[in-house]
Structure formats: C-alpha cells, structure tokens
Design a protein around this ligand. Structure first.
Ligand code: SF4
Length: 429
C-alpha cells in the first residue's frame, strides 16, 4: 500500500513541477513515507529521520514525514525530532499540495488539515513501469488484537468502481502489463450503486469484462492482495478458475494454526475452516498456489500451538510465507495480554517455521520442474547480465537466458531445474 501511495505522491509532485532526485542529499524537500505495522519499520524510519535531521544542520530543506507512523504519533513526532517540518497523517493527504506549495515558496504552513474521510488519489501509476498497484479499498475493521492498522488507517473505505475502471484504462494505455488490486482486505470490498451492492467478486467480473470488451490486450495479468479468510469465497475462486486474466495465486493469510491462538488474535476463523477453504480453492482452481503470513510467539502460545501451526503449514502446502515473530504494538489489546513469550523462545519457534517453509517451497517447486509456464520478465538477473528474471502467475521466480530488451514482456519458458527458491529455465518458442 505504501508503495502505491508513494507513486501517487510522486505524481502529485510532478504535477506541481517537482522532479525526483537520485541523491536525496541534493533535495529541496525530503518525504519519508512510514509504516507502523512492525516496530522494526518504525525504528528504521526514526533512523532515516535522524539522518536527514543531521543533514539539515549543513543545508536547509523541508523534511516531511507521512504514512501510518505520522498518523499514529502526530505532533509527538515533531516534539521528539524538531527538525521535521511537516507531519502528514493518513487523513491529511489531501493537504499535501498545500505543503508542497508552502515548501516551494519558502513559507511555513502551521497546521495541516485533517480530511473527514480517506481520499483515494486519482492515479497510482509509477512512470516507466510495466506492473502497477491499483488500490481498491483502504483501512481495516477486523481489529486483530496484535495489529495497529485499524487505528492508523481507519475504517474500511471502498473505492468508486468508476474510478477503478478509469485508472485501469489509463494504466493499459501507458503500457502496464500486470495490475495488482490492492487493499488491507480486498475481499471485503463493497460499493453501493443504484440500490445494489457491488462486492469483490462482482468487481473482479466488471474488471475482466471491461478489459475484454476493450480488447487492447495490454493488461494480461491481474493479481489481488490481501485476502482475509473470513471473506474469501467460492465465487472469487470460480472467477480465478474461469478467467485467464486472474493469476493463479492467492495470498490467503492464516497467521497461526492453533484455534486457541486464532481466537485470541480475533482472526474470526478456525484452523478447520481455513484448511477447508484452502482445499476448496485448490479443487476449484487447478494449479493455484497459496501463500500466507505466519506470526509466531503470540502471548500465551505453547509448544502444542506451535505444532498446530507447523501442521497447518504442511497441509496448506504454502508456496511461500512471510514469517515474523510477535512484537507488542502499544495501544493494541495483545500488548497487555498475560503470558508474553520470551524473545529467545519466539526466535527459536520462528526459526522452525522458516525451516519448514523452506522445505515446503522447495517441494512445491520441485513438482513443477519439467513443465512449461508463462512468465512476465521483471528484470535482468542480478548475478548475470545475459540472464533475465521473470515471475510466473503462481508467484514463483524464474531465471533464464535472454536480452535485457525483453524486460516488461511475457515469455514462455520450460522449467529445467532449481537454484534455491528460483527456477532455472529456457525459453521455448
Ligand atoms: S486483517 Fe487483521 S492483521 Fe490484517 S490489517 Fe486488518 S487488523 Fe491488521
């Protein structure tokens, strides 16, 4: 989400005549877009802020902090670091233009206004790209007991489907090949129009219908992120199965495999419900891969809970997982729960989860060696200039020989082997 919002900010800057510099050291204005989800992200942001505060002692420029951390800490940020000129929270983004104008004219803007409701930008296009995020909803009201997002991003707001379709057309006209529909919980997308309600599967149908009717063939792949198991349904599965536009990969976040911990996390599903959803998805969508986030060391977690999680991971056979250990976020219910797990124990449990995921990733990838797949070429390989790095629909990385001119195009490849978590491949005609 932050990446998409940074792209929208860059467009706003460009509209007002600002250009990005490769060296922040030469900038007239520095914006730090922050994330609050984990304490490590906040600590990194404070490190960056301290770096620019030191730089400001040598030459003047405007320092702006935006994003979730700005929303969470607001004025406290400037009290802690007076070198910050503006703190622009999640609900103040509409005032960003005023901040830019003030910075350009060298005047100070004393107060940055709050907007009554979250406002989507009109475009999130990153110039020069061939993949794009397209936010369709914002905020979250699931209130998982460990998570700060509902407090810093606010209630769920869905985006007008008319503006989603308009942006899709614009992205296709600009040469985008792959779009990721984005939101904290895309499956709970809801838009009321003419007395009826448009939900997430209906939005997907509208998106596919629009691109099909347009017939340009520019945008070939659509992904979506993130899906909460409580809202993900059979209609969405059938759409993925029936329409080649939708990539056969779902990031269906489990977080944990123990019913006791899932209830304490307020995740609103059981391990049985989650696993039956994964089974149904795999049955309805042949070849689909599933990935997840796994959070270890939640308060009260026992060895049995860890075993349940490892078991759930095996049964779901994740292609990959984002794994992390619990860190209390002040202001969330879990931060004051009893039986906090000691750091060393959290780390040891997380290491077991990571080791298992490595095995699972390798197993699901090994089964595909020898098959032919389509990839979108994303870059030149970091290791060899005559090799390309592509991504499959199932969200797996592939390296194969080819010239850099192919970056941004699709290629058909035969998977010939594995190196770590990346396929080796050769292009087929
Ligand atoms: S679903 Fe839960 S973890 Fe995800 S953003 Fe919402 S509150 Fe946070």
């Amino acid at each position: 989400m932050n990446k998409a919002e940074s792209a929208a900010l860059e467009l706003l800057f460009a509209e007002r005549g600002w250009t990005a510099t490769a060296e922040a050291e030469h900038a007239d204005l520095v914006v730090i877009n922050t994330c609050s989800v984990r304490i490590t992200a906040e600590n990194r942001a404070w490190g960056r802020i301290a770096h620019y505060a030191a730089l400001k002692k040598r030459r003047p420029f405007a320092l702006v902090v935006t994003g979730c951390m700005a929303e969470r800490l607001k004025r406290e940020m400037r009290e802690r670091q007076p070198a910050i000129d503006y703190v622009v929270g999640t609900f103040q983004k509409q005032a960003f233009g005023l901040v830019l104008d003030a910075a350009a004219s060298g005047k100070r803007l004393d107060e940055v206004e709050e907007s009554p409701a979250y406002a989507f930008a009109s475009s999130y296009y990153e110039p020069g790209g061939f993949r794009s995020f397209l936010p369709i909803m914002h905020g979250c009201e699931n209130f998982c007991t460990y998570c700060i997002v509902p407090y810093v991003r606010g209630r769920e707001v869905s985006r007008d489907p008319g503006t989603i379709i308009a942006e899709l057309a614009e992205l296709e006209d600009r040469g985008i090949r792959e779009v990721t529909l984005l939101g904290q919980n895309v499956s709970s997308y809801r838009w009321k129009e003419e007395g009826a309600e448009l939900d997430f599967p209906a939005l997907l149908e509208r998106v596919a219908g629009f691109l099909e009717k347009r017939g340009k063939g520019g945008i070939r792949w659509i992904r979506f992120l993130t899906s909460h198991p409580k809202d993900f349904d059979s209609r969405t599965m059938d759409l993925i199965a029936s329409h080649p536009l939708f990539c056969r990969h779902v990031h269906l976040v489990a977080q944990h495999g123990s019913n006791r911990i899932l209830a304490a996390m307020n995740r609103k599903y059981t391990r049985e419900a989650y696993l039956s959803l994964v089974d149904e998805l795999k049955a309805r969508v042949p070849g689909v891969t599933v990935s997840s986030d796994i959070l270890m060391g939640f308060p009260g977690e026992t060895e049995n809970d860890v075993e349940d999680t490892l078991d759930l991971m095996r049964r779901a056979a994740y292609v990959y997982s984002y794994t992390y250990h619990y860190n209390p976020r002040s202001g969330t219910p879990a931060a004051t729960m009893p039986d906090q797990v000691p750091d060393a124990v959290k780390k040891e449990r997380l290491a077991r989860v990571i080791a298992l995921q490595r095995e699972l990733s390798r197993e699901s990838m090994k089964a595909l060696v020898g098959s032919e797949v389509e990839v979108l070429v994303e870059d030149v390989s970091k290791k060899r200039a005559d090799e390309l790095l592509g991504r499959t629909q199932q969200d797996m990385m592939v390296v194969f020989p080819g010239p850099s001119s192919r970056v941004g195009s699709f290629a058909r490849v035969r998977l010939s082997g594995l190196r770590g978590n990346t396929f080796r491949a050769v292009e087929v005609p």
